[in-house]
Design a protein around this ligand. Structure first.
Ligand SMILES: Nc1ncnc2c1ncn2[C@@H]1O[C@H](COP(=O)(O)OP(=O)(O)O)[C@@H](O)[C@H]1O
Ligand SMILES: O=C(O)C1=C[C@@H](OP(=O)(O)O)[C@@H](O)[C@H](O)C1
Ligand SMILES: [Mg+2]
Length: 175
């Protein structure tokens, strides 16, 4: 990928619910396009020196959202990066408008059931926004939370069906 030149130098922001594959696909997409990969949660974890769940417990969600917004806006506007955001990032402050102004935004859309089955297979404790829920209660929670967040996600430049999209289609979007 060394010789790849990126025609579009703006950062690409991937948005969507927890479990939609932002981190997994973001990394792959960056690899395939020669862009720098940035996982917003990982940058935050590096800075605070503790897991996000521990930060939530110690300082509360509001402090996390402020830190998240500040970290997002520290990303250089001319860095050709793929940025995997956190599931809540677009829904606080003017973050979504900021991302749309500074880069290309892609919403990874998935139905609640698909998100649920993925999240059920991960360590739920690492995602404080799930409140430790599992089983049918988690599905209800995902359904309600997704309905609340969808209006923000839908402001993205592109919405893709994450279950059907092929990597080449995503690459074409950001060329
Ligand atoms: N395309 C996919 N198909 C099936 N499982 C996936 C896919 N992409 C990601 N996953 C799984 O779903 C979980 C959440 O993925 P992750 O990339 O961390 O999502 P996000 O960053 O959006 O929360 C992980 O366990 C991952 O292995
Ligand atoms: O949806 C949310 O509110 C959150 C999602 C997480 O990111 P992922 O979507 O990558 O799990 C992380 O930012 C934090 O735990 C809060
Ligand atoms: Mg992630």
């Amino acid at each position: 990928m060394e010789h790849h030149t990126t025609a579009n130098p703006k950062p690409v922001f991937i948005v969507g619910f927890m479990g939609s594959g932002k981190t997994t696909w973001g990394r792959k997409l960056a690899d395939k396009t020669g862009r720098t990969f940035i996982d917003l949660d990982e940058v935050i974890v590096q800075e605070i020196g503790m897991p996000i769940a521990a930060y939530f417990t110690e300082y509360g969600e509001h402090a996390f959202r402020e830190l998240e917004s500040r970290t997002l806006k520290n990303i250089a506007p001319d860095l050709p990066a793929v940025v995997s955001t956190g599931g809540g990032t677009p829904c606080y402050f003017d973050n979504m408008a900021w991302m749309n102004r500074h880069g290309i935004t892609i919403y990874f859309q998935l139905p609640p059931k698909a998100l649920w089955s993925r999240l059920m297979q991960t360590d739920i404790g690492t995602r404080p926004a799930l409140n430790g829920l599992s089983g049918p209660e988690l599905l209800d929670y995902i359904t309600a939370k997704l309905a609340e967040r969808a209006p923000y996600y839908e402001q993205a430049s592109y919405t893709v069906n994450q279950l059907a999209v092929r990597p080449e289609e995503l690459i074409a979007l950001i060329k």
